[in-house]
Write a protein of this length. Structure first.
Length: 751
């Protein structure tokens, strides 16, 4: 039976019967009630009510977008027309992305406000709040919830509070609450705050008067903490960095990150070093459509150990001034030779002895390119192992032109004009022109490539030595013939089908002798002997020495290819044979009749095992000159073992072992040992443990590394990574050390 329409301002009661369900579409006035089996309020509001609401909304400062209707279900409902509706028992309200369930709820028409109490659960944009009482202004998304337990879908965070205020759709304030990305009633870590401001629009959380608890133990007290609600970058203080090294003693730093724009940021990192004083540093990064770069400056005023001011600077920049015109620089400097030794964890690495300073302007055309470059070096000398300062190029002009397949010919011309400057050695200008012409024949089973070239050089020296002329020149013709065959067959290896290739190759070079003993040597040195070098014309790098040659290089390569063309195994052997004695040398070393024998193997023997081998064998005494081996076994993620060996006769012999391996459930061991068998000392050593929990990771790393030929530095790092909050550390960032030292390393916090 249908009840009478509601009278304005008169209450209407429905019998409390469990079978009665009310479904309401609001904002609309109460219009009629259905039978006792189902009560439904769904008719449009009277015109007078609609006009009244329209007038109220039009008078607002900002126009309001139309809202979706409010849908409500309950077992009991009553109210007053145009004023309020009260619901009881199994109440559920839904509007857009908001859902509210409670024992009791009231909706007020004029305020567009819902208030609920008794086992309240509110969901907004996926975030869930369970509390005792809720009041929400639906249109503006403002309100509060009392004594809530909340869960945030954005970063899987959760916590509880005395009260949460909703300022708008994106902002909320948690009063006297907790915050954690751990799940469960008793999280492993949580942030206890007086107030916590959450802004999903800015993707930022800001906690005031906070205490960070780990395993119910306070580990950090801070007046203010700012953290991202996702992996995005945000301005604010980074976690403090503390540690100790054998060079500097105890260190404490408090970095500040300034996110200027999505493509610009600055990190300030003041650091107190107990034995030296206050070190200040800043790192700036920027990225644009036509440019990018980063610069770092750090220094210490009045170093207590040296009583001097010390600093280091590095700057990298690339920019397109025009579509084909590019400007770049690479600037590095340090206050003294020992800066990288004393501040080995800083921007100047301990292994760097030459700090380059380059400025380059380059232009690329359709078949040619040109560049202008000025470059120099700062030499950081080790008194126990001094090195020679290279020449500065002030400046160097280069022009390269190339045309391929012109009536079957490939042609190229390289021109270079350089002014060399050195404080102690011969200085002067050098002009080089190198022209090349080749006629390649390439077919499916073979290739032949004859080539001729001319290398012309002219010198003008400012301060020549007694055995040198102020003006000199050299013209050298060069002829080469490169050829090879490719054979293929089907075969089986490791129980699988492969395509095996057999690739013999011959490379002949003829360069007549030119006396170059009276010419200066600005940039030439013997080239490293390897597979790439034996198929080049000149046995020297640089332009000041062109080696005489009447020689042939022989090589044999065999590859095992998968059905998709990927290379599973490569074997190679190569050797160079000389038909005359080499007369152009840098150190008067007599030339042999044939070169050392080169052997190499590169293989991926399975999906988990791979390795490389390189071997150089002397043909005069059958002794190894250079040897290197490396094997990597990586059966699955976060499991890797590396073994390496390097040998250079009379100069180097090192064993390198590194790896990452699970020791127990969630516990991993990491380490690297680079040991010099010749010097009987650890060149680099690192060892540590990592533990991965559901919402945090803990890693401890101890490291020892050489800072010079006779000294080493020792330090340790302890880092607690709280997922979604911050990384708290002692002794720097061990993640960077592990990634740099262990090939194949993966952070335990990565999924």
């Amino acid at each position: 039976m249908r009840s009478k329409p509601l009278l304005s301002h008169s209450p209407l009661w429905f019998p409390t019967v469990p079978a009665i369900i009310a479904s309401v579409l609001l904002p609309a006035a109460l219009a009629h009630a259905q039978s006792q089996e189902q009560a439904k309020l769904a008719t449009p509001a009277p015109a007078t009510f609609a006009e009244d609401i329209a007038q109220r909304r039009s008078s607002a400062a900002n126009p309001v977008k139309p809202e979706p209707p409010l849908e409500v279900t309950a077992l009991k409902v009553w109210g007053r027309t145009d004023r309020f509706v009260h619901f009881e028992k199994e109440v559920e309200m839904t509007r857009g992305n908001m859902r509210l369930t409670a024992d009791k709820a009231t909706y007020r028409f004029l305020e567009d406000e819902a208030e609920a109490e008794g086992q309240v659960s509110l969901t907004r944009n996926g975030d869930c709040y369970d509390g005792d009482r809720v009041r929400v202004q639906l249109e503006r998304s403002t309100g509060f919830v009392e004594n809530p337990v909340y869960r945030l879908v954005r970063n899987h965070a959760q916590g509880q509070a005395k009260r949460i205020d909703f300022l708008d759709e994106e902002r909320s304030v948690v009063h006297q609450g907790t915050y954690s990305t751990c799940q469960g009633v008793s999280p492993d870590w949580y942030l206890k705050t007086e107030t916590l401001q959450l802004d999903t629009g800015l993707d930022t959380g800001t906690a005031s008067r906070s205490v960070l608890y780990f395993k119910d133990t306070p580990i950090l007290v801070a007046p203010s903490i700012t953290f991202p609600l996702s992996s995005a970058r945000h301005s604010g203080f980074l976690p403090p960095v503390t540690g100790a090294t054998s060079k500097g003693g105890v260190e404490f730093g408090l970095p500040y990150y300034w996110n200027i724009a999505p493509n610009r940021d600055v990190t300030l990192y003041p650091k107190i070093i107990s034995r030296r004083g206050l070190q200040l540093g800043a790192e700036a990064r920027y990225l644009g459509e036509q440019y990018r770069g980063e610069s770092t400056l750090e220094g210490i005023v009045g170093d207590r150990q040296t009583s001097t001011n010390r600093y280091a600077l590095t700057s990298l920049h690339e920019q397109y001034l025009m579509p084909d015109l590019k400007l770049s620089w690479n600037l590095n400097m340090a206050s003294d030779d020992n800066y990288p030794t004393d501040f080995s964890n800083s921007i100047t690495k301990t292994s760097v002895r030459l700090l380059p300073r380059d400025l380059q302007l380059s232009y690329g055309g359709s078949f040619w390119s040109a560049s202008f470059q000025a470059s120099g070096y700062q030499v950081l000398q080790d008194v126990n192992a001094p090195i020679t300062r290279p020449y500065d190029r002030l400046p160097q002009l280069q022009l390269h032109a190339e045309q391929l397949d012109v009536a079957g010919f490939d042609m190229s011309v390289d021109t270079m004009l350089t002014r060399f400057w050195h404080p102690d050695l011969v200085r002067g200008d050098r002009a080089v022109v190198a022209a090349n012409l080749s006629l390649p024949f390439v077919r499916s089973g073979y290739f032949i490539k004859p080539a001729v070239s001319v290398h012309a050089t002219n010198y003008h020296l400012v301060n020549p030595s007694e055995k040198q002329d102020a003006d000199a020149h050299r013209i050298v013709p060069i002829f080469s013939l490169d050829s090879g065959l490719v054979f293929e067959r089907d075969t089986r290896l490791f129980g699988r089908d492969f395509t095996q290739t057999l690739e013999p190759r011959l490379y002949y070079v003829n360069i007549p002798y030119r006396d170059q003993s009276r010419l200066p040597n600005f940039d030439s040195a013997p080239a490293d002997f390897n597979f790439a070098q034996i198929f080049t014309e000149n046995r020297f790098v640089g332009q000041d020495r062109i080696g005489d040659a009447n020689q042939v290089t022989t090589a044999l390569v065999s590859r095992y290819l998968e059905s998709d063309g990927s290379e599973r195994l490569k074997l190679a052997v190569g050797q160079r044979f000389y038909f005359n004695h080499q007369r152009v040398t840098l150190d008067n070393t007599p030339s042999p009749s044939r070169s050392d024998l080169l052997l190499a193997a590169t293989g991926r023997w399975s999906s988990t095992l791979s390795g490389d081998l390189a071997f150089q064998l002397s043909q005069s005494n059958r002794r190894a000159i250079q040897t290197s081996y490396s094997v990597q076994w990586q059966p699955e993620a976060k499991k890797v073992l590396n073994l390496g060996y390097r040998f250079q006769r009379d100069s180097l012999e090192q064993v390198d072992i590194s790896g990452q391996w699970p020791l127990a459930d969630r516990l991993y061991g990491v380490g690297r040992l680079n040991y010099s068998l010749m010097d009987k000392r650890i060149v680099d050593g690192i060892a540590g443990l990592e533990y991965k929990a559901d919402c945090w990771s803990l890693r401890f790393v101890a490291q020892r590394f050489a800072t010079s030929s006779t000294t080493s530095n020792t330090g340790f790092a302890l880092q607690l990574e709280l997922t979604g909050l911050a990384r708290l550390g002692v002794g720097g960032n061990p993640l960077e050390s592990l990634k740099r030292n262990i090939a194949g390393y993966q952070s335990v916090s990565e999924r």
